[in-house]
Design a protein around this ligand. Structure first.
Ligand SMILES: [Zn+2]
Length: 295
């Protein structure tokens, strides 16, 4: 390392490992599973690399150190940048080239905004989960759950819009339902009453909504099936804690289930966005049957 860099490099303790150089002016200690507060103990197979007891400022600075949350933070930060760039690309290039109308623009903007909110809530939680206040940590956790609901519901907006493209009444009914669900779920999950519980509404909303309009997706069934496969495997990694349960202590920094879950969530949203573009092209190329109402 050059002399100049060495001067600014500080060292962090990496649990039982060794000292790593980091380019931040504070020392941030990492802890083992046994050393962290009870409210942080949720995965015994991740045995080391925990940040804990930090004030907000140091939580933020810990983004630049190697901890067991580094991949979780950066995967969704990059996910946010991906969906932000996709949004800009859609508005400036994809939608104008597809002859999109005002509704298409609104639908894409809402869908991608939901994905971005989901990514940022997750980044926030993984950054501030090490906060010294349990209340702050729980608030961010609630926001992370709320963000997942918003992201999933963001999938429904283009889905419903293009599924019911030729049926103005049901399109409006479903879109209004979904938009009010977004608001209801979001406010319920960030409400203090729910802060101590894990919220299951994501799982509940998922099949209820899908059942009602899956039949309309017959034309695009392979794409819908792939979407469900990604969502299903993401959820499976999330709940089973595979693979770290078979390699406790060996996947603390890379390869843990939560990291796989993060990557699959980004892949799922990306896949669904591409599917929406595909279905939009299809809808624009066909005219609606005579007995239906487009608007
Ligand atoms: Zn996460």
């Amino acid at each position: 390392m050059p002399q100049k860099l060495l001067k600014t490099a500080h060292y962090i303790e990496l649990g039982n490992y060794q000292h790593w150089p980091v380019l931040i002016p504070q020392r941030i200690r990492l802890y083992t599973y046994e050393q962290i507060p009870l409210f942080l103990k949720e995965n015994p197979y991740i045995t080391d690399g925990y940040r804990a007891h930090l004030p907000s400022k140091l939580c933020l600075k810990s983004i630049f150190i190697l901890s067991n949350e580094t991949v979780n933070i950066w995967s969704h930060l990059l996910g946010f940048l991906l969906f932000f760039s996709l949004g800009v690309n859609d508005l400036l290039s994809v939608l104008p080239a597809s002859g999109a109308n005002r509704e298409d623009y609104v639908i894409y903007a809402i869908g991608l905004f939901c994905f971005q909110v989901c990514m940022l809530c997750s980044v926030g939680y993984h950054l501030f989960s090490c906060h010294r206040s349990e209340k702050t940590c729980r608030r961010w956790l609630a926001l992370d759950y709320a963000g997942i609901s918003v992201g999933i519901l963001g999938c429904y907006v283009p889905g419903i819009f293009y599924a019911f493209y030729c049926n103005a009444f049901w399109r409006q009914v479903y879109l209004l339902t979904v938009l009010s669900l977004i608001l209801a779920v979001f406010s319920a999950q960030v409400h203090p009453r729910y802060l101590s519980k894990e919220c299951t509404s994501d799982v509940v909303i998922f099949p209820v909504c899908h059942k009602s309009f899956l039949s309309l997706f017959q034309l695009f069934l392979p794409r819908v099936i792939i979407m469900y496969l990604i969502a299903g495997s993401a959820f499976l990694f999330y709940v089973t804690k595979i693979p770290e349960r078979y390699f406790p202590g060996q996947l603390n920094y890379l390869g843990a289930s939560h990291q796989v879950w993060h990557v699959l969530v980004v892949a799922m949203f990306y896949w669904w966005h591409q599917t929406a573009v595909y279905i939009m092209h299809f809808r624009h190329s066909q005219s609606c049957p005579a007995h239906t109402t487009r608007s």
